[in-house]
Each structure stands twice: as structure tokens, then as C-alpha cells.
Design a binder for this molecule. Structure first.
Ligand code: UTP
Length: 271
């Protein structure tokens, strides 16, 4: 099973910095956000972590490449803790496929179709990080308990904020699992079928990959992952795992990125 990390977007919300620094390379405390996502992918039990990259963002690949010269320089200076960190990053097993144009998240995911073949796969969005690294493992358990069905992570949000998110409709099958009936993109408060918002972690059946090939451009002229998930709901079951607010941290806007930095800095250094 592969873990896919789409990273080929333009990062418009972080301009102007993203003119030359990819959004995925912005720091959370002292490491780029994509390092957290790669490590979470590796902790999921996936046999390969695949970054869907843009050819303009090679700096992401440089980061995950070994730098023996820097490591030996640091060791010679007695800076072994830094040397260990640099060595660790260079040894993380990551592979790449390319999206030549940012035609949407669904299109980016489909660029990895040859990697996933006829297996289910994880998708990890860079908009959120999960420092506990255990969410995908729990999603896989839910999938295994329901004949390999697709599973998405959902987060309860305040009722008056539902119109900012993709929201699920469905019914509870246990304390923390719902069976999904449909997905509603940014509903008006009065139309929202629940307050459970889609959070950027997905375990998707191979049928979603097939359907992505057929999805036509939707909102914003982009090929949306949600449209393929809507289509698969007509053929297969899908479940949602309800997560806690303190398990995942948002990085999607400048405000939330700064707030996440503050929280994780305090957690790490107790300041
Ligand atoms: P986002 O919409 O959050 O990222 O997509 P973005 O497109 O880079 O940001 P804005 O909207 O311009 O501010 C979620 C993830 O999907 C990737 C992004 O890199 C991000 O990690 N993505 C998005 C792609 O890989 N390709 C795309 O065509 C769109």
C-alpha cells in the first residue's frame, strides 16, 4: 500500500514567500512541514511514500537527498546532534511522481495511478500535520473491519463554521465511526447535514483511482478528489473516523500556520 503526498500546488495563500519557497518547505518549528507528513506516511505501515511533485519544486527533493559532506563537516565540529538530524532526513525513503500542471488535487492524485495499481492507498494533505503519527493506522483498522472500504478522517467543527469545509452526511455506527452517505462541499449553516469536516487524511479504495480518470473539471476548473469520492459512494461503502481537535494541526493559512508553530514549539520546548 502506498502513501501519496500531493505537493505540486501553487501555494497561492502563502504568496509572496511561495514565489520561490514551496509551501511544503515552510518550517514548523525547525523542520519543513513536509518532513512531518513523510514521517507520518512511513509510520502508517505503507510500503512506499510517494510525493507528487511539480518539476518547479526540486528543492523538496534536495531536502530528502543525502549530504555526506555536510554530515562529516558537522561531525568534525562535534555537532553530532545536527549531523544525526541531517543524516536522518537524507535517509528517509521517498519516491516521486510529477504533476506537470496544477490541475487540481484529484488530478495530482491520479498522477500516481501507476504506483498504486489495484491496491487501496493513503492520501496525506500537507495542509494538516498529525504529530502523533497514528491516525492512518486507526483508519486502516476501520477499513479492515469493513471489508477494505474507503475511510476518511473527520473533525467536529463548531456549527457556525461548517461553511468553510467539506462536510459529511451519514450515520454513526459506533462512538467514533460514521458510515458516510454523501459529501457536501462548504454547505450553508442551515443546510449542513452534520458538523463533521473532512480533514486531510484519506484511505481510498482503488476504485477511486479509476474514477479519477473519468472526473471532469469541477470547481475552479480543477479535477477535484471530492468528485471521485462522491462517485465511489454510489458503488461502494465509505466510513469516517472522528478525530480529536488536538490530534491534528492546520497549516492551510498564514494564521493557522503561525498558531501551529506556537503550539508545537511550546509542546517541544515547554516555553
Ligand atoms: P491546496 O489547495 O491546499 O494547495 O491543495 P495549493 O493549491 O498549493 O494552495 P492554494 O490554494 O494555491 O493556496 C492541497 C494539497 O494538494 C496539492 C498542494 O500542493 C497541497 O499540498 N495540490 C493541489 C497538488 O499537488 N496539485 C494541484 O493541482 C493542487
Amino acid at each position: 500500500m502506498k502513501a501519496l503526498i500531493p505537493a505540486a500546488g501553487l501555494g497561492t495563500r502563502f504568496l509572496p514567500v511561495t514565489k520561490s519557497v514551496p509551501k511544503e518547505m515552510l518550517p514548523v518549528v525547525d523542520r519543513p512541514q513536509i518532513q512531518y507528513i513523510v514521517e507520518e506516511g512511513l509510520a502508517s505501515g505503507a510500503d512506499e511514500v510517494v510525493i507528487i511533485n511539480s518539476r518547479e519544486k526540486k528543492i523538496i527533493e534536495d531536502y530528502f537527498t543525502e549530504n555526506a559532506h555536510l554530515v562529516s563537516h558537522l561531525r568534525a565540529k562535534g555537532k553530532d546532534a545536527y549531523a544525526d538530524e541531517v543524516q536522518h532526513v537524507g535517509e528517509l525513503p521517498v519516491s516521486y511522481v510529477y504533476q506537470d500542471e496544477p490541475l487540481g488535487l484529484g488530478h495530482a492524485v491520479h498522477c500516481a495511478a501507476e504506483k498504486t495499481g489495484d491496491e487501496p492507498f493513503f492520501v496525506l494533505l500537507g495542509d494538516v500535520i498529525v504529530p502523533g503519527n497514528d491516525m492512518l493506522v486507526r483508519m486502516k483498522e476501520v477499513s479492515d473491519a469493513h471489508n477494505g472500504a474507503s475511510v476518511i478522517a473527520v473533525l467536529p467543527v463548531p456549527e457556525d463554521q461548517v461553511s468553510r469545509f467539506g462536510i459529511i452526511a451519514g450515520e454513526a455506527v459506533s462512538d467514533d465511526v460514521w458510515k458516510v452517505e454523501s459529501l457536501v462541499e462548504k454547505p450553508a449553516v442551515e443546510d449542513a447535514p452534520s458538523n463533521l469536516a473532512v480533514f486531510g487524511r484519506y484511505l481510498l479504495s482503488p476504485r477511486v483511482m479509476d474514477l479519477l480518470a473519468e472526473v471532469k473539471p469541477g470547481a475552479g476548473g480543477e479535477i477535484q478528489l471530492t468528485d471521485a469520492m462522491d462517485a465511489v459512494l454510489k458503488e461502494e461503502e465509505m466510513y469516517a473516523l472522528i478525530i480529536d481537535g488536538d490530534e491534528g494541526f492546520d497549516l492551510g493559512t498564514v494564521d493557522s500556520w503561525l498558531e501551529t508553530n506556537n503550539i508545537l514549539y511550546q509542546r517541544r520546548f515547554g516555553k
